[in-house]
Design a binder for this molecule. Structure first.
Ligand code: IVH
Length: 681
């Protein structure tokens, strides 16, 4: 098993030399192509063991050691001078390290910190200096070696959060991090795939590559957040005694800052508070729309920053508290092919187990066959595995510089891996040509249809479904409602079971339209969208009458998916007819109690987190969302500034922390149950 960040002691000079060479070549590759063969954690670990060795053997230190230079030593330096050096940050990895840094800071400023500590995210991208003269963005400069940097002005106009023109005619240099948000990263790779370019292996490498590139036939958008501002051309600088005050003025000019991120900038009074805040940020991390690799803590008051001063490469008044890596390098040992509920063919990476952020990762999604084709991935390749907010870890493009020649091609399936029928790629995805209504999609689609959030038929598991399919009694979900007692008894081997299943079917016929519609397993729809569609149209025949344009008007329904959804609904006409003929309800319950304004959750955006107890015991998320919507509210899965109520059940974690940060109203399960008592009864 590989670990993400081994700190191997360097036992002799040869080992030291080898380590320096490796770090230099990784750093060079990173700066040249934006693509290092070492992940961040491994590079940090290597640099740490080099510096441990150097402390013990000062006479062996190489002049080009990466520990001695900003940016690891080999950044493309460029020729634009930084009037104020662009420094790096020293790192700590735990509360002990934080306390040590705090103690040394107090020593340097000759007393305790009185202006507080500004705590903000350590954004994982590329540092840039943005020069504004008279309110006009005139130049972008990379960090380079800290003293000189590359001119990156060609990127002006492509960076979100860095306006070309400010509302005031200020002259100032704003510094911060350029990054690719997860969404921008995905778009970037789609664009690159369309242009036949090599895919970026992760957002950080993608940012470096994007900033440096000139004359590309396409534009990749990045995002900026400022974390500092320095004077330019001796122009008058912002008023303000603290980092927080200056950053507020930067934000007021319309430039995005760390304060405007989801994490924000919080001034803490003590290191104990800082430690708590670091832990909170750690829990927010998975849900952030961009990557962070730590938390930066700065003495907030400028007079205290000045008193603390600088080392060669970093300020004494700031520190990076590094968080565990969420990416690691490992080897791809195989690819498995799965066919999903709606017949979508999805590849899954089998990896050499690697530890990422506290858990062992053995499988990761490879997205879709087109990803394999476009990235040129091979079995045996070294890959970056990346744990994001998603439950499933992802593999990004291979690290081709580490190829040995022993890698083998990944054979893309020519037939559906499950039913060996045809593959349909016409919709941009790879789908079993049998689709949902036949072929290999049948069993999973029946299982889905009888599931708890659809028809909710208890006692009809895969074994019995398979028996019914094998006996040729069921070829779509409609057939289930036409089964006779004798047929059910034959397939399940028990008359008693047949009776209880018949009772379940009777109950299921009364399910509201949203569940009936959901049970059809229409492509690109799930529980939430099914509820939206049912509420929007009210009856199944209205849904069937809707064309793509009418469907696109449904709340939350991506317009691009509407034609596929409409086409699939049309294909399901005979199944719908069968269901209706069997007496299945085809309308959405019209709730009593007047217009939505009189309902208890009218206008509220509600997020539920944690386990439910008391009167809400046993309700899953879908059922909670139904309840919220019946009470006139909007159910949402993640906490944002728009959230107005968070219902916090047992074991509530990161969503609770986020809601507290936004000052969102937080209700216990009991309080919430009281609020929606009418809908519960
Ligand atoms: S302050 C003198 N704040 O981390 C102050 N840096 O490892 C120097 N970074 O070069 C930087 N987020 O590119 C600062 N909130 C933040 C940051 C941040 C990311 C980067 C920056 C810096 C590197 C140091």
């Amino acid at each position: 098993m590989t670990t993400a960040a081994p700190v191997a002691p360097l036992t002799d000079r040869t080992a030291y030399e080898k380590a320096v060479e490796e770090a230099l070549s990784a750093s060079a590759a990173y700066h040249r192509a934006g693509d290092s063969h070492l992940d961040d954690a491994s590079y940090d670990a290597l640099a740490r063991s080099i510096s441990v060795y150097e402390r013990e053997h000062p006479d062996h230190i190489r002049a080009d050691s990466p520990t001695g230079k900003v940016g690891g030593g080999v950044a493309p330096v460029g020729d634009v001078a930084h009037r104020v050096p662009m420094l790096s940050l020293d790192n700590v990895f735990d509360s002990e390290g934080l306390e040590k840094w705090g103690a040394s800071l107090n020593r340097r400023i000759d007393g305790p910190v009185t202006g507080g500590y500004a705590v903000e995210p350590k954004l994982d991208g590329a540092a840039i200096a943005a020069r504004y003269r008279d309110g006009q963005l005139v130049q972008l400069v990379g960090r380079g070696d800290g003293a000189h940097g590359e001119d990156l002005s060609h990127a002006i106009g492509t960076i979100v959060g860095l306006p070309s023109q400010l509302p005031d005619r200020v002259t100032v240099e704003i510094r911060g991090e350029v990054l690719l948000t997860r969404a921008q990263f995905q778009t970037a790779n789609e664009i690159r795939a369309a242009h036949g370019a090599k895919l970026f292996s992760n957002p950080r490498n993608g940012t470096a590559g994007t900033l440096r590139a000139k004359d590309r036939p396409y534009v990749i958008e990045t995002t900026f957040f400022a974390y500092n501002a320095v004077p330019l051309d001796d122009a008058e600088f912002f008023d303000g005694e603290t980092h927080e005050a200056v950053m507020r003025q930067v934000a007021d000019l319309g430039v995005q800052t760390t304060e405007t991120t989801e994490v924000g900038l919080l001034v803490c009074g003590s290191l104990a508070e800082v430690q708590t805040r670091v832990e909170e940020i750690q829990t927010l991390r998975a849900e952030l729309p961009f990557g962070i690799d730590g938390v930066v803590i700065k003495a907030n008051r400028f007079s205290e920053q000045r008193a603390a001063g600088f080392a060669t490469r970093h300020p004494h008044w700031a520190i990076a508290y590094k968080l565990a890596a969420v990416e690691a390098q490992t080897k791809l040992v195989g690819v498995e092919w799965n066919v999903g509920r709606t017949g979508i063919i999805a590849p899954r990476a089998v990896l050499e187990p690697v530890e990422v952020d506290g858990s062992t990762v053995t499988y990761a999604t490879l997205h879709n066959p087109a990803f394999i084709r476009d990235s040129g991935l091979m079995i045996g390749d070294t890959v970056m595995v990346w744990k994001t907010g998603d439950v499933i870890p992802r593999v990004e493009a291979p690290v081709t510089s580490l190829r040995t020649g022993a890698e083998t091609e990944i054979v893309l399936p020519k037939a559906c891996p499950k039913c060996h029928g045809g593959i349909d790629t016409s919709g941009g995805r790879w789908e079993c040509a049998g689709g949902v209504d036949g072929g290999c999609g049948l069993l999973p689609s029946l299982k889905y249809a009888v599931g708890r959030d659809q028809f909710d038929i208890e006692g009809l598991g895969v074994t019995y479904l398979k028996a019914l399919v094998d006996a040729d009694l069921v070829s779509d979900v409609g057939d289930l409602f036409l089964l006779t007692r004798a047929q059910l008894a034959g397939a399940t081997g028990s008359e008693k079971r047949a009776d209880s299943l018949l009772a379940e079917f009777e109950k299921a016929k009364q399910q509201p339209l949203n569940r009936v519609f959901c049970a059809l397993g229409i492509v690109r729809t799930g529980r939430t969208l099914s509820r939206e569609i049912a509420r929007h149209f009210g009856t199944m025949s209205q849904i069937q009458a809707a064309d793509a344009a009418a469907l696109a008007e449904v709340n939350k329904l991506p317009g691009a998916n509407a034609p596929k959804i409409a086409a699939h609904i049309a294909v399901m006409a005979s199944v719908i007819e069968k269901l209706a003929g069997a007496g299945v309800n085809m309308t959405e319950r019209v709730s009593s109690g007047g217009g939505s304004a009189s309902k208890p959750l009218a206008g509220e955006v509600v997020v539920v987190t944690g386990g439910m107890h008391g009167p809400l015991a046993g309700r899953n998320r879908n059922e909670m969302n139904e309840l919220i919507e019946n009470a006139g509210g909007t159910a949402s899965g993640s906490v944002s500034k728009k959230t107005t109520i968070l219902v916090a059940g047992e074991g509530a974690g990161s969503k609770l922390a986020k809601a507290e940060q936004f000052g969102t109203k937080i209700l216990s399960e009991l309080e919430f149950a009281e609020l929606v008592a009418d809908q519960l009864s």
